[in-house]
Design a protein around this ligand. Structure first.
Ligand SMILES: [Zn+2]
Length: 461
C-alpha cells in the first residue's frame, strides 16, 4: 500500500524528464519539447539499487519527504528575481548539517533545467547552508529544484520526490500585437501576430492557455511563424455578433505562488488588452416619419434585430408623435433633418438656426447631436453653424438612391455591395412612395444575415 503510494508520489527522472511542478503543464505529452533544454546535474552515480522497493514506515525522515503535509528538510532560501544571461547563485539550506559529506553521498540532488551547476560550495563549516553557482543556458529561464532520490522498482532508473524548487526568469522580454484586427465578421476566424522582443522557449500550449484570456471567444490556435520563437500567429474564434476582448497577461498566476509561473512566460513583462468589435453597419432613414412607410421600416428592422437612426423632418415628427414614440421605444435614435426639408445651402444664419433648433426642441431629450442637410446640400457655413449648435453633420458612404425608385433588388444590391465595417447607409422612410426601399431593405438584411453585422444607431444619445 505504502509502496504504491510512494510510486505515485515519486516522479521518475528519465533521460529528459524534469519533475513537473504543480500548475506547470508545459511538458505534457504532445507539448513541444527541446531535449537540449534539460540539463541534469548528477553528483556521483545514481543509486544502483533497482528493483522492488518499499519504504518502511519506520523511516520517518523519508516519510516526511513523501508525505505532502510534512515540512521539507531542505529549501532553496534565496535565488535572484531574474538572471541576465550570466552565472547566478542560489542558496540552499538543509534541515540537518551535511558536514563535509560529499554531496554525492547525500540523498538530495540538485536538478537544473535550462542551465547547469558550475560550483557548489559550503557556506558554513557544518554544511547547513550551501551556495550553488548556476550557468543559465543563454537567456532562458532556469528551473532549479532539489529532489530526494528514491530507488524505484517500476523502471530501470531511480525515482525522486521534489523537495523545493525555484524559477529564475531570464532577461525581460517585451511583447506587442502587430496590427490588431479592427473588427470581425462571423465568417472568418480572427488572426493576429504576437511579436516578442526576443525568442522565448515557452510551449505553444502554455502560451495559449496561460497568457491569453478572451471574452466572447477563444484562442483556437497558436503557431510559430516560420518556426520562430519570437513571432506567433494567434487565431481567435469569436462568438458571432459579439465584441471580443483579448487580454494578454503572460504572468497571470505568478503573483499568488511563484512556483505556478510558467518559467519562460514569466520573462514577458508587457501586458495589454484590446477589443475586436463585431462588424458594424449603420442604417439611417431620412425624410420621415411617414404614417405608412415608417411602421413598415420598423417592422423589418425588428425582424432582423437592427437598430437605426431616423433623420426626421421636424414638421412630420410634430404631426406623428406616435411614430416618434415607437421609433424610440424600439431602440432606434432620432436625428435632425430640419423642420421643413428646405435646402440649407445659401440660407441666412437665422433661418438655419430656426429650422434646426425647432426640430431639436420638438425631439427634446430624444434628440441626438446629429443632423443631415436635406439633399445633402451644404455651403461653407453649414458645418460651422451646426457645430455652434452642438450638432455634427452625418452623411453616409452607402447611398443606394432609393428615392429614384431603381427597383427593390437594385436597392438591395447597392446596400450589400457597399457593406463594410463602419459604413453608414442612407435610405428614406418618407418623402415619397417607399415600398421599394422597404422590400430592398428586407432583401439586403436577409442576404447579410450570415455575416452577423451588428446594426447600431450611428447617432447615440
Ligand atoms: Zn431628405
Amino acid at each position: 500500500m505504502l509502496g504504491a503510494a510512494v510510486t505515485l508520489i515519486g516522479f521518475c527522472i528519465l533521460a529528459h524528464w524534469w519533475f513537473p511542478m504543480p500548475g506547470i503543464d508545459s511538458r505534457q505529452p504532445g507539448a513541444p519539447s527541446d531535449p537540449t533544454a534539460v540539463s541534469l546535474l548528477t553528483p556521483g552515480a545514481p543509486p544502483e539499487a533497482v528493483g522492488p522497493h518499499f519504504i518502511a514506515e519506520s523511516e520517518p525522515a523519508l516519510m516526511r519527504l513523501l508525505w505532502p503535509h510534512g515540512s521539507p528538510p531542505a529549501a532553496i532560501v534565496s535565488s535572484p528575481v531574474r538572471h541576465r544571461g550570466a552565472d547566478f547563485d542560489v542558496t540552499i539550506r538543509f534541515a540537518q548539517p551535511l558536514g563535509d559529506t560529499p554531496l554525492s553521498l547525500w540523498p538530495h540532488s540538485l536538478v537544473v533545467q535550462s542551465g547547469e551547476v558550475r560550483t557548489l560550495a559550503r557556506n558554513d563549516p557544518a554544511g547547513v547552508e550551501w551556495t550553488a553557482t548556476i550557468a543559465p543556458q543563454g537567456r532562458r529561464s532556469v528551473d532549479v529544484g532539489l529532489v530526494r532520490r528514491v530507488p524505484c522498482h517500476a523502471l530501470a532508473s531511480y525515482c525522486s520526490a521534489p523537495l523545493t524548487a525555484a524559477t529564475v526568469p531570464g532577461p525581460p522580454v517585451a511583447a506587442r500585437v502587430v496590427e490588431p484586427p479592427t473588427h470581425h465578421t462571423a465568417q472568418a476566424s480572427i488572426e493576429f501576430l504576437l511579436e516578442l522582443s526576443e525568442p522565448v522557449w515557452a510551449g505553444l500550449q502554455e502560451l495559449r492557455d496561460r497568457a491569453f484570456q478572451v471574452a466572447n471567444g477563444r484562442v483556437s490556435g497558436i503557431d510559430r511563424v516560420d518556426g520562430r520563437h519570437d513571432l506567433f500567429r494567434v487565431t481567435v474564434q469569436a462568438e458571432p455578433g459579439a465584441d471580443v476582448a483579448v487580454a494578454f497577461s503572460p504572468r497571470s498566476g505568478c503573483a499568488a505562488d511563484e512556483r505556478s509561473c510558467a518559467p519562460e512566460l514569466s520573462r514577458i513583462v508587457d501586458e495589454f488588452e484590446f477589443s475586436i468589435p463585431a462588424a458594424r453597419l449603420y442604417l439611417t432613414f431620412d425624410d420621415g416619419p411617414h404614417p405608412e412607410f415608417t411602421p413598415r421600416v420598423l417592422d423589418v428592422l425588428a425582424r432582423y434585430d437592427a437598430r437605426a437612426t431616423f433623420f426626421v423632418v421636424g414638421s412630420s415628427a410634430a404631426a406623428h408623435p406616435e411614430l416618434i414614440d415607437r421609433i424610440v421605444r424600439e431602440g432606434h435614435t432620432l436625428a435632425n433633418h430640419t423642420w421643413n426639408h428646405d435646402s440649407l445651402a445659401g440660407i441666412e444664419e437665422d433661418e438655419f438656426f430656426d429650422t434646426l433648433a425647432s426640430t431639436q426642441e420638438l425631439l427634446g431629450e430624444d434628440a441626438t447631436a446629429c443632423m443631415r442637410p436635406p439633399y445633402y446640400s451644404m455651403d461653407e457655413h453649414t458645418e460651422s453653424r451646426a457645430a455652434q449648435m452642438g450638432l455634427k453633420v452625418v452623411m453616409g458612404e452607402i447611398r443606394p438612391r432609393d428615392w429614384t425608385s431603381p427597383g427593390a433588388l437594385e436597392i438591395a444590391n447597392r446596400i450589400v455591395g457597399g457593406a463594410a465595417h463602419g459604413r453608414v447607409v442612407i435610405l428614406h422612410d418618407g418623402g415619397g412612395e417607399r415600398s421599394q426601399t422597404i422590400e430592398g431593405l428586407e432583401l439586403a438584411l436577409a442576404y447579410l444575415q450570415p455575416f452577423r453585422y451588428v446594426y447600431e444607431p450611428v447617432c447615440q444619445s
